[in-house]
Write a protein that binds this ligand. Sequence first.
Ligand code: THU
Length: 160
Amino acid sequence: MKEIKIDTKILVFNSVEELFKEDQDLMKKAVEVRKNAYAPYSKFKVGAALLLDNGEIVVGSNQENAAYPSGLCAERVAIFQAGAVYPDAKIVKMAITAGATENITTKPIPPCGACRQSIFEYEFRQDLSIEIYFMGETGEVYKSDSIQNLLPLTFDKNYL
Ligand code: THU
């Protein structure tokens, strides 16, 4: 028997104002698009903004459905849109913000497990780490240098 220890690293910023200007601007895009979330069931709105290596910004918000599992998270709406429109571009950074409509979300909201796996597919495919910034509506912003900090022991096509 042996034990494997897995290290992970997250940087914590006190607020969005502590980020570099470029990252603040990306988070602002995520905040703007969060308003477009279609979340009548959960009343939890999420916005995501991606910066691509061609300079384009691609955004997404969560889109729910009366048949609940048919809806999609903001992060996957954004990355699938990037893959659909700019298939050769690499995703450099991703900013995520989330908030419940009935109270102010002050804690960073990390991407769900399915989104982590989907983001990893893109990171693996492009062979470039994706910086991920995530926050609630206000308060601390967490930064991960790669999706692998949030999803250790990743599953990729080499296992197939
Ligand atoms: N949601 C996201 O958009 N991203 C996540 O990573 C977590 C959850 C959405 C899905 C659903 O519309 C609502 O938040 C509540 O789960």
